[in-house]
Design a protein around this ligand. Structure first.
Ligand SMILES: *Cc1c(COP(=O)(O)O)cnc(C)c1O
Length: 419
């Protein structure tokens, strides 16, 4: 007879164990549920945003139809102090700072993005991304081009840091110039899309390098180009046999969702497999309009990802970041990356610590859906590549055993052998 005893539990006993565990699990989410109530989201502010939208629209003398037309949004980007002051209260000191910053760094915001900013709170996470402040000029630390993009460009408009993929930068235009922009040096004073010749030279480079299987179209914001120009670029890439997938990086779903039209979706759909990554940084940006845009793209069969940037005062908080990722999943967008902010000149006041990033990651894994967990990435200096940073779950690695710790901090020994 085997001495091996199997303890038998009744169904009732098993249920009791599960209920006790469920109580323990509920404790883990209490803090987030409490904090979450005070985090503004675009959906919760839907009514306020509508009121603001109508105010701004009337002030700018536009019809509903014009407001919903992305050309109108682009042409009416607010980029001067007088117009800004008509649309929201700005103190004399803020105004002085905006004037000073605008001599060094370009600024502009689409009327839509302006309509989701707080009018009375300078620390509004949307306002902080769009309206310049004096601290941009006090940055003694940042560099113009910390990623050395200028030394990783083997052909016009191309940045190549990896073996099998590269980016083409097709324009410096954006619907809104992020105050934390990593390519500030390219933004300049005026809109400057790449010339046809430059794009042709970039495409020629891709044709000649058969290991390139993934091409990322970026900027600036490529969705500020016309449908016809994008269609042409995508067709050129479709015609290169070794290019397996194409990606577009665009912030328009966040800053100018009017850009996502049925005509655009019909055009993009011809160029599958095509992926789009966008750039939401705060749950407040996840609005009814953003959902309309992302749902249309999803219906066109385009997988959507999000590349957030970890920004001091905007989203460097575990609860805010978790909420952002939850709101993103509601609009079909899969969190892809959280980038540690780079030390770009004029943006140092946004750079948080790496510990803060790690704390955010620690509070995601296990505490929420795996779908809501992006990778936390530090871009190595000099363009050496994206480097993932993770809390330590592997405690030790032996020949026969490894020690791990779980999301709750429970330590286990696991066999390290293959049978
Ligand atoms: C970020 C980036 C890519 C894409 O990286 P993934 O990790 O594949 O998303 C490709 N080329 C350059 C130059 C990049 O900066």
């Amino acid at each position: 007879m085997s001495s091996h005893s199997v303890v038998k539990h009744s169904d009732e006993e098993k249920r009791l164990v599960a209920l006790e565990r469920a109580e323990e699990l509920k404790q883990h989410i209490k803090g987030y549920r409490e904090a979450s109530k005070n985090i503004p989201t675009g959906f919760n502010l839907s009514h306020e945003f509508k009121v603001r939208r109508d105010q701004i629209r009337e002030q700018l003398g536009a019809t509903e139809e014009e407001w919903n037309d992305w050309h109108w949004q682009m042409q009416n980007r607010v980029n001067d102090l007088d117009t800004l002051r008509q649309l929201m209260p700005i103190t004399d000191e803020e105004a002085r700072h905006i004037e000073m910053v605008s001599m060094k760094f370009r600024w502009a915001v689409s009327p839509y993005y302006l309509s989701i900013m707080s009018t009375d709170n300078p620390n509004c996470p949307v306002r902080m991304q769009g309206i310049p402040i004096g601290r941009e000029l006090q940055d003694m630390w940042g560099k113009e081009d910390p990623m050395a993009e200028e030394f990783t460009s083997p052909a016009p408009r191309i940045t190549r840091r990896y073996a099998d993929r590269l980016i083409i930068n097709v324009t410096n235009q954006c619907a809104m110039f992020c105050r934390h922009c990593q390519r500030r040096r390219n933004i300049g004073e005026v809109d400057a899309p790449a010339s046809l010749d430059e794009i042709k030279a970039a495409i020629e480079y891709i044709k000649k390098n058969s290991e390139i299987r993934d091409v990322l179209i970026t900027g600036g914001d490529p969705l500020t180009l016309t449908d016809a120009k994008l269609d042409w670029i995508l067709t050129e890439l479709d015609n290169i046999e070794h290019v397996e997938i194409k990606r577009i990086g665009s912030r328009t779903p966040v800053t100018m969702p009017q850009r996502i039209t049925q005509e655009l979706c019909d055009m993009l759909e011809k160029h599958h497999p095509l992926f789009i990554n966008t750039h939401f940084n705060h749950p407040k940006e996840v609005t009814d309009e953003a959902l309309r845009a992302t749902r249309m793209l999803a219906k066109a069969g385009i997988p959507l990802g999000n590349q957030a940037v970890l920004l001091k005062g905007i989203n460097n908080d575990p609860h805010v970041m978790k909420k952002l990722n939850h709101e993103l999943l509601k609009i079909h967008v899969r969190p892809y990356y959280i980038f540690h902010a780079k030390p770009v000149k004029g943006t140092a006041h946004f750079v948080p610590t790496i510990q803060e990033g790690l704390e955010i990651m620690e509070n995601l894994r296990g505490f929420t859906s795996g779908l809501a967990i992006p990778w936390y990435i530090i871009n190595a200096p000099g363009g050496a590549g994206k480097t993932p940073i993770l809390p330590q779950y592997l405690l030790s690695m032996g020949k026969n055993h490894v020690m791990i710790r779980t999301w709750e901090g429970k330590v286990f020994r696991c066999a390290n052998n293959s049978l």
